[in-house]
Write a protein that binds this ligand. Sequence first.
Ligand SMILES: C[S@@+](CC[C@H](N)C(=O)[O-])C[C@H]1O[C@@H](n2cnc3c(N)ncnc32)[C@H](O)[C@@H]1O
Length: 287
Amino acid sequence: MKQQYSQILTVTPKPFVKWAGGKRQLLSVLAQHVPEKFELYFEPFLGGGAFLFHLISKNNSLKCNVSDLNSNLILSYVTIRDRVEELIAALEIHSKNYFKNPKQYYYQVRESNPKNQIDKVSRLIFLNKTCFNGLYRVNSKGKFNVPLGKYTNPNIVNKENLLAVSYVLQSKHISIKCQDFTKALENAQKDDLVYLDPPYQPTSDTAHFTSYTDESFDYKDQQRLLATFEKLDSKGCKVMLSNSKSNEILDLFSAHSKNIIEVNSNRFINSDSRKRTGHIELLIKNY
Ligand SMILES: C[S@@+](CC[C@H](N)C(=O)[O-])C[C@H]1O[C@@H](n2cnc3c(N)ncnc32)[C@H](O)[C@@H]1O
């Protein structure tokens, strides 16, 4: 199976969903801060996985432990890895139905609550490709609540990319799990690289977006993050953390202020395109 995909692999894998806080615009900055040498790579807030795909496209034998608390997202990774052809077939059906009547079909799928794996994952990817701003956002009951987007020709089935993602995820060196970040990092050791990209502490222009899962990530979680950062530091891990340039984060991480770098990013979270300007965020490293 693997060989078959490698023959048809025509593109470099990239995120198969748009994700709030996705790191595609920051890849070149993050890449500059990757240490020359490290052992395992941990990414416990995986989201769309932009940085993971970047790293494994440079080194396909990199040992990676990646995870996220969003169970539907992790199910998508696992399904793309293990059942990509069935998934592509299901997405092709979604695509055909969508183009007959976009609005009616979008809301029909948004209201549905499929139970089987292929239907669940094809629904997630379909909604992500056709919803407003390509965001995954749920309400407090875990229900996806984004309206239809304004696309004339959304690419619902990006077959080449799904095959490329499937191929790289089949590496025996990559472990993919659904879990909280503290659990994910229990086994990180000296010289492992950990990239932490949590939901950001809200600032005025992002305050409305905190809902990747039905549990929000609040200030107590940012405190847990600091404790985790310090524990990893004391174990000798190399840790790099992204977060907002907010007073709360600057205060929490004040003991690491020498290693705080300001980076300019162009984040597409705000639904008002006039407010979608580049802004400064933080990169905090312990090395
Ligand atoms: C800023 S996004 C990560 C974006 C990602 N780096 C990308 O390029 O798309 C934060 C992620 O943290 C996940 N998350 C929220 N709370 C979590 C927790 N307690 N443990 C692990 N992951 C969590 C969310 O589901 C979301 O995917």
